[in-house]
Design a protein around this ligand. Structure first.
Ligand code: DQA
Length: 141
């Protein structure tokens, strides 16, 4: 059986994981956590991508959204603002699982709304970096 092909797409400021607001996002860099994920799921074909730019994230959704088995999207602050990202999620065929490290519903009111979640297969939020691991599991048999 071919490996399940999954991409993690991280949005703005997530390049600063491990440095940024550690009390919310923890002390581990995504590079380190991604190493853990690739060891944990040797049978999955995992890749990751990060951009601070909305257009680049949309381009990556278009690029992977017709050939990958799953997309894990943490659009960070664009989650709450971007109709263009919501349209991109709708436009592609690959199922998208939305992920957040923090529980966005337990934070400021402006973070309670996700423009992208209604078009995703599911939403996982609030488990720290483990949210990504749970999302990967959702794509595995
Ligand atoms: C986040 C939550 C967003 O509200 C915030 O803008 C982020 C990270 C999370 O993973 O918890 O940058 O998506």
């Amino acid at each position: 059986m071919p490996a399940v092909k999954i991409i993690i797409i991280n949005g703005p400021n997530l390049n600063l994981l491990g440095i940024r607001e550690k009390e919310i996002y923890g002390t581990t860099s995504f590079k380190k956590y991604f190493e853990y994920l690739t060891n944990k799921f040797p049978d999955a074909e995992l890749t990751c991508y990060q951009s601070n730019s909305e257009g680049d994230i949309i381009n990556k959704l278009h690029e992977t959204g017709f050939s990958y088995d799953g997309i894990i999207l943490n659009a960070a602050a664009y989650t709450h603002t971007s109709l263009a990202l919501a349209d991109a999620v709708t436009a592609i065929n690959t199922p998208v699982v939305e992920v957040h490290i923090s529980n966005i519903f337990a934070r400021e009111t402006l973070r309670h709304k996700s423009l992208t979640a209604p078009f995703c297969k599911g939403l996982i939020a609030g488990f720290g970096l483990k949210s990504y691991e749970l999302a990967i599991k959702s794509f595995l048999p």
